[in-house]
Design a binder for this molecule. Structure first.
Ligand SMILES: *Cc1c(COP(=O)(O)O)cnc(C)c1O
Length: 435
C-alpha cells in the first residue's frame, strides 16, 4: 500500500518510508491510499472474537500488503500486551479504559506498535547502523515512547524534556529506564526541546553520519493502530447487547486518537456519530460552529495533554471528508469545557457513581452527559489513569488516589539524565559522540 501526503505536493511513499520519515517533505501528513471496508461477516462475528484476532484483522487491511501475516500478528500481539476494557459507569454511559498499558495512557498502544514496526523494517533493510529516535516531550509522549521502545534491538531513544517542567511521576517514567533509553534534561522550556530536535533533523552533517528519526504522534505507525481498540470496544458493547446507536466521545488534543476512530468508521465500524471533547482549547469546536479554522496559541489547563492550539491531525480529518464542513459536522459534534467544569465533573461523577475520572476522561464523560440523545449508547475514551494526575484529582475528591503497582515501580527507580543547555551547539556535540 502506498501512502500519500495530505498536502498532495510530494511523492507517494511505501509504508517503510512513511514510518521512517514521519512527516512528508511538503509538511503534509501521510494517509493510506485506500481504506477498505471490512466484510459484514467480520461484524457479525466480532462479539466472539478476541482483542488480538480483531486487531490482526484490522491491521491486515492496512499493513497486509507490506508485512507477512505471521510477522504482523507478532507485532500486533506484542503491542497489545494489556486489555482495553469497556466499563459501565452508569446506564448507557461506558468508559473505554485505555490506561492498562505500561505508562497508564493510551499512547502506549501507538508507541509500542511503532517501535515494533520500525524494528521490523530496519532488521530487513541494508543499513546496519543503529536508529536514533529523538523525541521532545512535555510529559506523556516521552514516557510512552521510551517504554514502547525499551529493549528494542537496534534502536536508541533520546528523550528531551524541560527541566523542572514535567511532573515527578512523568519524569520517573523515562528517566529510570536506562538500557537503550537516554533522558536529556534541557535547561529551558518544552519549545526549546522541540527546537533542538528539529535543528538536529535539519543538520546535514549529523544526518549524513547518523540514522535519526522521530517518534512523533503524526507517524502512521503510531496513529493507525489506535483503530484497534475502537473495534474491540464495539465488540464488547455488542456482546453486552448494547451495539446499536453507539456514540463515541474522544477527549482530543492533537486529534490523532479521534481520527483513528473516524478511519474505523470508514472501515464500516457501526458507530452512529462521534463527539470531539475539548478543554478550553476550542479551535476545533469553533471550526464545527462556523466552518473557519483559526489556530491559536494553546492555553494551559488541568487536562494538559490536550493543550493544543493547532491540532496536527486536523489535516487528516479534512482529507477524509474532502474538506466538506457539512459532512464533518454531521458526523462529529464538539464540546469545550473550562477547568472549573472539568473539576466539577470529576467530583460529581465520583460522588454519584464511585468512578474516578482523570481530567482528560472527565472532558469526554461530560460531553457525553451533555450531548447523548435518548436511545443512544455512549462510550468515552478514558485516555489516562487518574493516578497519573493525582496532584489535580486528590484535592477535588478530598481523598488519596491509589497508585497502581506498575506506576509506583517507576517511582522507586534511580533517576538518570544528561544535563543539556538549550543551545543547539551543546546538543549537537552530544549527538556527535553517539553512534
Ligand atoms: C495525548 C493525550 C490526549 C489527546 O490525544 P490526541 O490524539 O492528541 O487527540 C488525551 N488524553 C491524554 C491522557 C493524552 O495523553
Amino acid at each position: 500500500m502506498k501512502y500519500y501526503s495530505t498536502n498532495h505536493n510530494s511523492p507517494d511513499v511505501t509504508l517503510a518510508e512513511a514510518v521512517v520519515k514521519g512527516l512528508a517533505p511538503d509538511r503534509g501528513l501521510y494517509m493510506p491510499e485506500h481504506i477498505d471496508r471490512l466484510p459484514k461477516e467480520f461484524f457479525d462475528d466480532i462479539a466472539d472474537m478476541s482483542f488480538h484476532d480483531i486487531s490482526c484483522r484490522v491491521a491486515q487491511t492496512f499493513f497486509g500488503e507490506d508485512i507477512p501475516a505471521d510477522d504482523l500478528r507478532r507485532i500486533v500481539c506484542d503491542t497489545l500486551s494489556f486489555p482495553t476494557p469497556v466499563v459501565e459507569v452508569e446506564p448507557d454511559i461506558y468508559s473505554l479504559e485505555l490506561f492498562h498499558g505500561p505508562t497508564l495512557a493510551f499512547k502506549d498502544v501507538g508507541a509500542r506498535f511503532m517501535a515494533r514496526m520500525l524494528q521490523y523494517f530496519i532488521s530487513r533493510g541494508n543499513d546496519r547502523r543503529k536508529v536514533n529516535v529523538l523525541v521532545a516531550t512535555s510529559g506523556d509522549t516521552g514516557s510512552a515512547v521510551a517504554n514502547g521502545f525499551l529493549d528494542i534491538e537496534g534502536i536508541n531513544v533520546h528523550v528531551l524534556y524541560p527541566k523542572g517542567k514535567v511532573s515527578p511521576v512523568q519524569e520517573c517514567q523515562f528517566t529510570t529506564l536506562g538500557r537503550n533509553i537516554t533522558a536529556i534534561e534541557v535547561d529551558g522550556v518544552f519549545d526549546d526541546c522541540q527546537r533542538l530536535v528539529k535543528s538536529a533533523f535539519l543538520d546535514k552533517e549529523l544526518n549524513d553520519r547518523l540514522l535519526l528519526t522521530s517518534a512523533n504522534s503524526i507517524n502512521v505507525a503510531r496513529f493507525l493502530p489506535q483503530a484497534f481498540y475502537y473495534f474491540n470496544a464495539y465488540a464488547q458493547l455488542k456482546k453486552a447487547g448494547k451495539g446499536e446507536n453507539v456514540v463515541i466521545c474522544v477527549p482530543s488534543g492533537n486529534f490523532g486518537n479521534i481520527t483513528a476512530g473516524l478511519i474505523a468508521h470508514r472501515m464500516g465500524l457501526p458507530v452512529r456519530r462521534f463527539i470531539a471533547a475539548n478543554n478550553a482549547n476550542d479551535v476545533f469546536f469553533n471550526y464545527l460552529q462556523n466552518g473557519v479554522y483559526e489556530p491559536k496559541p494553546s492555553v494551559a489547563t488541568i487536562a494538559n495533554a490536550m493543550d493544543v492550539g493547532d491540532p496536527s491531525n486536523f489535516a487528516r480529518i479534512l482529507d477524509l471528508y474532502g474538506h466538506d464542513h457539512g459532512m464533518i459536522k454531521s458526523l462529529i459534534s464538539g464540546a469545550t469545557y473550562s477547568d472549573g467544569l472539568i473539576s466539577a465533573t470529576i467530583a460529581d461523577c465520583y460522588g454519584r457513581t464511585g468512578y474516578l475520572l482523570d481530567p482528560h476522561g472527565a472532558v469526554g464523560y461530560r460531553a457525553l452527559k451533555q450531548l447523548l440523545l435518548p436511545g443512544e449508547v455512549g462510550v468515552f475514551l478514558e485516555t489516562a489513569h487518574p493516578a497519573k494526575f493525582k496532584d489535580v484529582v486528590e484535592p477535588i475528591i478530598g481523598t488519596s488516589v491509589d497508585i497502581p503497582d506498575r506506576l509506583s515501580a517507576f517511582m522507586h527507580g534511580t533517576k538518570q539524565s544528561v544535563p543539556m543547555s538549550k543551545d543547539f551547539s551543546a546538543f549537537r556535540s552530544y549527538l556527535s559522540g553517539i553512534s
